[in-house]
Design a protein around this ligand. Sequence first.
Ligand code: CA
Ligand code: CA
Ligand code: CA
Length: 583
Amino acid sequence: MRRRNARGALLCLLLMVSLLLASCGGTAPVQPTPSAAEPATTPSPVPPTATPTLGPPVPEPVEPVTGMPQGDERFPWWNHSVFYEIFVRSFYDSDGDGIGDFNGIIEKLDYLNDGEPKTDTELGVTALWLMPIFPAASYHGYDATDYYSVNPEYGTMEDFKRLLDEAHARGMRVIIDLMLNHTSREHPWFVEAQNPDSPYRDWYIWAEEPQGRGPDGQVVWHPAPSGGYYYGLFWDGMPDLNFTNPDVTSEMQEVARFWLEDVGVDGFRLDGARYLVETEQALADSDANHAWFQEFNTFVKGVNPEAVLVGEVWTTTFTVVTYIKGGELDTAFAFDQAAAILSSLNFARAETALDQMALDARLYPEGQLAPFLTNHDQNRVMSELGDQEEVRHAAAMLLTAWGTPFIYYGEEIGMTGVKPDERIRTPMQWAGGDKAGFTTGTPWQPVSQTDPAFTVEAQSEDPDSLLSFYRRLVKLRSEHIALRVGQPYFLEIDPAPVYALLRASPEEVVLVVLNLGKEAVSEYNLSLESGPLQGRYRVVDLLGAGEFPDLEANAEGGFDQYLPLPELPPNARLILQLQPVGR
Ligand SMILES: [Ca+2]
Ligand SMILES: [Ca+2]
Ligand SMILES: [Ca+2]
């Protein structure tokens, strides 16, 4: 585990700030920019004997991530990571055919994380999820025709391995989508399976006549070219594999081994994980399905103990958590929380998000959930909220939340998109115009916005842009252990638009306060009945300047009626570090 010497760095920093203040007459307010908190990159000539408690408080990085995030005694590496979901076809086209590709991602890796601690011009994410990269029949790739090679439209296996190397060199891990439940109807296995005598016949699920509807009442039995019907949960283009056949299980374990061991990915996002094994009793979340994933997880960890399995179990929290508690998935997307965050913002009611977060904190095994705002199956968050300030609140909630956050590409520049699916997966807007700086050719899909304001180019140098805000939040998460793995504590709050969450690890405490409303709030209450606090804290905003009263813990380790500001301005966003005084 690599650590910076935070205490030494703080000392140098405080000394530098004191000197600066002295030379300015000591009256200028300190702008606590996060970059000023970079540890001693220039040697300080002052011996470390001065008292570091003088002068206004400044943010102090605590257990920052440097390089590739590592796990610790309690939390695996993914709890110290921020993920970024990429649709390869839409990220960046390196050769002008209008289709994004591996070499395009390589060219843009520095935008995501340049691996250089001295710069903060990158988004700062530390892991990537690539949507399907296998050869497939459809543009989206969820209908694989081969599990052992890459989509030639995206490049070669050598290109992909170079992408892995380049990402790893910058401190980013890479996981890929793995679609176990079904193949393409064009997969050679399914083509061969049309022959009743083929060994592949029993790899799929057949019936003479339709056997009823699917788990959500949908049509799932489709007429087979060879007669009879086959089971295909999602659509007739994706026939379900028969996971009661041990040959299918062996094959899919071999697929996982191949990508982990021979290619070198860091884990998988498991598509449609509820639906692998159907039984008489259940078409989703069957006991046999749970047992299958338990075996699969054991297999994967035998290949690489560090590999992560992130599940798409798109249903209520109560069901999702059963997959994690059973040692089947390592973590899973928090769909209920994502919906609650959007609802919370649409109605300026903090309670909706916080109640769900509290439930999730209680039900999920410690920190093993993956919050997100929207993904490739949902309308984009900017379209759902339609308001720059609300989008920033959403980002602040996401990146200070308990678990492993996932950002959907383009979310950080406010890309819009409403269904159909192609329109929520449009080319990344690097620059303005019809090609969006995405390709020199014709984009495979028209861009969502040609307005130059919603581009990386326009926002990259603007300190007030949404992109800059995302950069600050991701950086804060990487610099502050409390934001990554600090236990969440839920406060007593009123009125409705005031959102607050305390995150506390043994090393650090951070209090997040947002005013979701469009009006200033002057009469409000923030109290924590009991908690992990002790004594007195100086309060520093990690997002900006401002002076705040000290916070005094009550006898139960909580606090009573702490008001960081007498009045919370409209859209206020405070991420407050509580620095212990005298300890
Ligand atoms: Ca291309
Ligand atoms: Ca950097
Ligand atoms: Ca299935």
